[in-house]
Design a protein around this ligand. Sequence first.
Ligand code: EPZ
Length: 429
Amino acid sequence: MDTLLIKGGFPLKGEVTVGGSKNACLPIFAATLLTEEPCIIENVPNLTDVAYMGKILQHLGAEVSQINPNTWKIEAKNIIELAPYDLVRKMRASICLLGPLVGRLRHAEISLPGGCIIGQRPIDLHLKGLSKLGCTIVIKNGYIYVDAKNIKANNVFLGGRHGSTVTGTANLVMAAVLVPGITRIDFAACEPEIEDLCRMLISMGAIIEGIGTHSLKIQGVQNLHGCTHRVIGDRIEAGTFITAGLLGENNITIRGANPLHLSAFLHPFEEANITIDSNNDIHVQGNPQHLKPKEIITLPYPGFATDLQAQMTALMTVTPGISIITERIYPNRFMHVPELERMGAQISIEGSSAIISGTPKLYGAPVMASDLRASAALVLAGLIAEGETTIQRIYHLDRGYENIDQKLRNLGAQIERLSTDQVPLELAS
Ligand code: EPZ
């Protein structure tokens, strides 16, 4: 298992381009199952989660190939409806295969997704929505069996205790685009990744209105044709690099994302020197001493993204004053906190809030990655900590960040990836 070794305190300078959005790409890959014709997907990030989704599509019978490292061709001429446990359990997002299998085959058998370290990840809203469309759903032996021979257009409400559901909205849209009649989805997720999926489906011949809002209207069509679609830039990767820029006396430019997708993230930093130019490039001149403590609440889009909560927590550990970050999406998403405390951070967890008392300095330490965004928070902390930080189990990081160590090295960070046989003896676990 690879380990990252980071020597903190080196200034970051230069430009970085973020890759395509992981959370757009995964449902977009799944949507290629809705047509027999080839789909070309561009700006695909080189991530283990994406490669894994490609493997599952191949298992389902699609022809999957890479035209270049960031362009994939997927042709789902003949597919089967079974997504087995040993594939699905390794990546929760494979649940978004449910919608296209139902839409294309009117039948699906997919393993219930396993647990997840960031918290409860139920799919009750996905299943309630499909039932509303007339699907018969049976859960048995850890599998979801969906019989959709009587599927019909209908009005669906997707609101839950924590707002809407992103992959649930993707599933319902993909199930409905080939169902005759008008399906309305109220309280749909309006994340940019859902917008991107809908734009791809429209380029395939789907009829969808209300894109970017909480109310989608879908007019079913007979079939969909192939397409060429470019995935939007990854707003979470961009937010991660903006945080890196704010963490020290840095001067970096982040390219490839749409700043409008980051309004809730950028808004609290009125005191920081963050500018956006006419090319939508984001320029960050960091100086942590100028930062002010924050009160942040994570919410569904367009609110503050839960996927940037851990990164923000890392920044607040060295921001003077008391900051409070409250998780409204995954109330227990604080796996990064004990690891940050090992580096000298002063954080207390009260319910679903982290109360952070800014400290002048963090200290390098051996820490353990636990999930994708918590790992990113540890990298950020390592960049400014005094001394060396080693981060183990960085396979979590590779799920959602393409070559983040290389990108940070190009900006001047002292960071290297140690393979297992290079890991110092006392760290080898
Ligand atoms: C997507 O997960 C993202 N993943 C997550 O990113 C992201 O954190 C999350 O949306 C919230 O923005 C992908 O897009 C692949 P949800 P998803 O269904 O769709 C509750 C990352 O780090 N809920 O919108 O699984 C749920 O418990 C990952 O890139 C129900 O109650 O999230 C949560 O509290 C992590 N019932 C909230 O809604 C349901 O049926 C939002 O979940 C579904 C969800």
